[in-house]
Design a protein around this ligand. Structure first.
Ligand code: SF4
Ligand code: ZN
Length: 277
């Protein structure tokens, strides 16, 4: 098994999984979707009662229920560093919460204003400020205010979608597109360049050539248009993956972590089998 990186941006990635199997491709997809640990807000404390600021009294109310605000905060991507943080249940603090397993944020705003994700201030390390600063949380009118303390902890999407780091993880077999050289210059074959909805072909020196095979959706329209001069198949040992992240981890961190988890789980399975036989 081998991985060829095609694109690795901050929040977007694509790669080829080569010399593998559909079972392995599916395992990798499911691991990326559900098993990558990330930090997300899990506990929110709301200040109750009046808030004084600049000699003016504000009410601790918003147009939304506290539960909705807590849910919105939970879905805000929180920067995650696997070197700095671990699961609370495995932490040296015994699950009470400490700088090794929790990030604390405060949110202190008075109306009129729109409360945004960027208003969440990390207590301590400023590098832990949320990157996506403009996610609207609530609209405050004059006289309204919020004072919130929120705690982020590590989790996985097996528990809740707020701990899902990778999105739109999809793969397909790498397409195999063959153009019959003897018929590559025929009018019906050349027509495929115009007709293909995914821009797979180009015409060079009067002949149809494959330019972007990974764009192919395998609709097979070109096979009938070219009267059999073009044949489209799928390679079930090579897979083309595409995915995005929510910004809490980079695309590379998600892929690296997924491979690490699969390797660890495989080793554990083999050792169980070896113990049993
Ligand atoms: S199968 Fe469809 S998408 Fe693929 S090359 Fe043919 S026409 Fe284009
Ligand atoms: Zn701890």
């Amino acid at each position: 098994m081998e991985i060829e990186i095609l694109e690795m941006g901050e929040m977007k990635g694509s790669f080829k999984l080569k010399n593998s199997s559909p079972a392995m491709a599916n395992a990798l997809r499911r691991t990326m979707l559900t098993d990558i640990p990330k930090m997300a807000i899990d506990k929110v404390e709301f200040h109750l009662g009046p808030i004084m600021q600049d000699d003016k009294e504000y009410e601790s109310v918003t147009p939304l229920f506290d539960e909705i605000i807590a849910h919105r905060l939970g879905m805000v991507p929180v920067p995650t560093d696997h070197q700095l943080f671990g699961y609370q249940k495995d932490c040296v603090c015994g699950g009470e919460g400490c700088p090794n397993c929790t990030i604390m944020y405060s949110l202190n705003k008075i109306g009129p204003c729109t409360v945004l994700s960027g208003d969440m201030m990390p207590l301590g390390n400023p590098d832990l400020a949320v990157k996506d600063q403009f996610i609207p949380i609530a609209e405050l009118t004059d006289g309204q205010a919020v004072l919130i303390y929120a705690t982020a902890v590590m989790g996985t999407a097996r528990t809740h979608a707020k701990w899902q780091a990778a999105f739109g993880v999809g793969y397909k077999y790498v397409p195999i597109i063959k153009v019959d050289e003897k018929k590559a210059g025929d009018a019906s074959t050349i027509k495929c360049a115009e007709m293909c909805p995914r821009g797979v072909f180009e015409v060079k020196s009067g002949k149809l050539k494959v330019k972007n095979p990974l764009n192919c959706s395998m609709c097979k329209e070109c096979e009938s248009t070219s009267k059999g001069a073009v044949l489209v198949g799928a390679d079930d040992s090579n897979f083309y993956f595409k995915y995005e992240t929510d910004g809490s981890l980079t695309a590379k961190q998600v892929l690296d972590k997924a491979m690490e988890i699969i390797a660890t789980q495989s080793e554990a399975t083999f050792s169980h089998i070896n113990e049993a036989i």
